[in-house]
Design a protein around this ligand. Structure first.
Ligand code: NAP
Length: 183
């Protein structure tokens, strides 16, 4: 069982524009050509921050057109927020806030031996890292730069903490990098 931060990033290290658009991401390639299908089959629980969740709410129609459902995840999902947010009907959601450690324990129990996916954003993944709970970072590095935006991982990790485990080319749009994280 691993806790994994799996995300796509621009070449200059942003996972969304400043105004939370992902329009730059979709022309880069088909997610089914990346390791995503294999990755998601191993996931038993998800965590995301409120901006990521609100992107799902705002783009429900497009997500449904792409995946067949406004909420494409069957796994239980923990949404971090200090605010009251609307739920997606039919989604298995828990709204939580504060320390990630007790939430991680709940997620481990729910995941029942499968992996935990930290969907994003970068600071939430950083909070799991700070707590010594992050095992892997898997990034699809897109052939695009954004100049500014929401950061991939706003933490400082020494080279001793990050070991590059694999590199894979996905067409001309992505390089997929997998890092083991030691805490
Ligand atoms: N490129 C990709 O593959 C990819 C993947 C994931 C996400 N994204 C995008 O990247 C952007 C990420 O946005 P973001 O950097 O703002 O991060 P985010 O983690 O989605 O949202 C951050 C917000 O979550 C809440 N939060 C975080 N930690 C919390 C905690 N411990 N307790 C309570 N609340 C907490 C806070 O908001 P409140 O308390 O005000 O609610 C915080 O401002 C989004 O646009 C998303 O769609 C892209």
């Amino acid at each position: 069982m691993k806790t994994q931060y799996f995300t796509a990033t621009s070449l200059d290290g942003f996972i969304a524009t400043e105004d939370d658009s992902l329009d730059w991401l979709f022309p880069l390639g088909d997610i089914n050509d990346t390791s995503y299908p294999d990755f998601i089959s191993g996931v038993g629980a998800l965590a995301m921050g409120s901006t990521t969740y609100e992107w799902m709410l705002r783009n429900a129609q497009a997500v449904a057109a792409e995946t067949g459902s406004a909420w494409p995840y069957s796994q239980p999902t923990w949404v971090f927020s200090t605010r009251a947010l609307p739920a997606v009907p039919g989604a298995n959601l828990s709204f939580v806030q504060g320390d990630v450690r007790p939430v991680h324990s709940e997620m481990c129990e729910a995941a029942a031996g499968k992996n935990i996916w930290i969907v994003g954003g970068g600071d939430l993944a950083g909070q799991f890292y700070d707590a010594g709970l992050l095992n892997e970072i898997i990034v699809q590095v897109g052939s695009v730069t954004l100049g500014k935006g929401k950061p991939l991982f706003p933490r400082r990790l020494s080279s001793a903490s990050l070991a590059l485990a694999s590199v894979r080319q996905v067409g001309t749009g992505f390089a997929e990098l997998r890092y083991q994280v030691s805490t």
